[in-house]
Design a protein around this ligand. Structure first.
Ligand code: PLP
Length: 421
């Protein structure tokens, strides 16, 4: 296809007519598809159905009855499983309930209400701010917004957040209390933090003594095209005396069953002691039967890694389908750009400036719900109105094929309209 951005007005008008016709054909199909959230498809969930029958006994390895109250921070064998998988000492690990977002929210709430390591509660900090690499995970931004913390967008490259900006903001303003980070296969860009990014985050000077990195490694073992290593942020931070800075989160939501998996938090031993002091008031303990069934089902970290290979194999054809269709339909048009992710759950696409909202609206009108345009930015405000998150996992291959073709058509329609404006 000729570069659309270089077409004459006559050519654009001709193309507009043609696209409109194709769009009417799509509308006539009465599609009803949801590509708005990164949910696994039923076929992916089937891969861990063994979990449903894995619990043949309710005793932990120490003989504890997992049906009853007790054990605040996770049964030792569950801690060990995640310790092996994530290479984090078990003493640093808390195995919580079934949602890491819940752990993040609670942690933010504790910092707001009680403060940490003798510093004043964040609710008492005037003009409190958080650094938000954007585009990023909408629910991170929702947590910060809910607490009344001002969000500062920070650009993201394939290597992680723009560290020049991060270092400057963190060093200059005492009210900047932290940063959201998704260090591997980030939602939605697929960014993977380089060693340099990790080192700089771990070692940078911060005006706030209680600056905290919310290290949400949600896609830490979710490789699809390439196994990407991640530098150990705890070790990097320890080396410069900043160990308390790191608050690490992980879950099996995209490994086993979202909403019925296991969530994990890890932090320095002194942070863990502080967290447990409050957690013990909040709950008597999390679901140990769920912890036990995950341990009995997987047994070893290597088995989780092997399962992730299978999941990668299941997801690759869907990612291939999206990437190939984007290339066939939009490659060379000048109307969109995107980056092939190495893993994770999403593909992020940039339309021409000012076209994301219109694209998503066109798709919706024809029966395909995408993630809301702007949702991946603080306050849902994409300054360029150009970023759209594509979530290929949930639809069946047949549905995905239809949805992504329609989506490309919508990108073209909004692009042509914008050029004619
Ligand atoms: N963190 C990121 C970056 C995510 O993309 C998601 C889900 O999409 C979550 C956390 C949610 O995790 P959980 O299900 O453990 O609450």
């Amino acid at each position: 296809m000729k570069k659309v951005t270089e077409m004459t007005k006559e050519e654009l008008l001709e193309l507009q007519k043609e696209l409109q016709k194709q769009y009417e054909d799509f509308k006539a199909q009465g599609l009803k598809l949801d590509m708005s959230r990164g949910k696994p498809a039923a076929a992916q969930l089937d891969l861990t159905n063994g979990l449903l029958t894995a619990l043949d006994d309710y005793h932990t390895e120490s003989g504890l009855d997992a049906r009853n109250y007790g054990v605040l921070d996770g049964i030792p064998e569950a801690k060990r499983l995640f310790s092996d998988l994530l290479d984090i000492p078990a003493e640093k690990i808390i195995v919580g309930g079934s949602s890491s977002l819940n752990l993040m929210y609670d942690e933010m709430m504790r910092l707001m209400l009680f403060g940490t390591q003798g510093e004043k509660p964040w609710k008492d900090v005037k003009g409190i701010k958080f650094l938000c690499p954007s585009p990023g995970y909408d629910r991170h931004f929702a947590v910060t917004e809910d607490m009344g913390i001002e969000m500062i967008p920070v650009p993201v490259t394939a290597d992680g957040p723009d560290m020049d900006v991060v270092e400057k903001m963190a060093a200059e303003d005492e009210a900047v209390k932290g940063i959201w980070c998704v260090p591997l296969h980030s939602n939605p860009l697929g960014a993977c933090y380089t060693d340099e990014t990790v080192d700089r985050l771990a070692s940078m000077k911060t005006a706030a003594k209680d600056f905290r990195i919310f290290w949400d490694n949600a896609y830490g073992v979710h490789h699809i095209y390439e196994e990407v290593p991640l530098k150990d942020i705890f070790k990097a931070a320890e080396a410069c005396g900043n160990e308390d800075r790191i608050l690490y989160f992980f879950s099996t939501s995209k490994i086993t069953f979202p909403g019925a998996g296991l969530a994990v938090m890890a932090a320095s031993e002194s942070n863990v002691a502080e967290i447990k002091k409050h957690m013990t008031v909040q709950t008597i303990g999390y679901d140990k039967l769920n912890q036990l069934r995950h341990v009995k089902y997987f047994k070893t970290a290597d088995n989780i890694r092997a399962h992730m290979k299978k999941l990668g194999d299941a997801l690759r054809p869907k990612f291939d389908m999206v990437l190939n269709t984007l290339e066939e339909e939009l490659g060379g048009t000048g109307l969109a750009s995107w980056v092939k992710p190495k893993g994770g759950y999403f593909i992020a696409l940039d339309t021409l400036p000012g076209c994301a909202k219109a694209t998503v609206a066109f798709a919706k009108e024809a029966g395909v719900v995408m993630t809301g345009a702007g949702a991946t930015y603080p306050y849902k405000k994409d300054p360029k109105d150009s970023n759209i998150r594509i979530a290929p996992t949930y639809p069946t291959p047949e549905e995905l094929d239809k949805a992504i073709h329609l989506f490309c058509l919508c990108v073209k329609m909004s692009g042509v309209n914008e050029l004619l404006n």
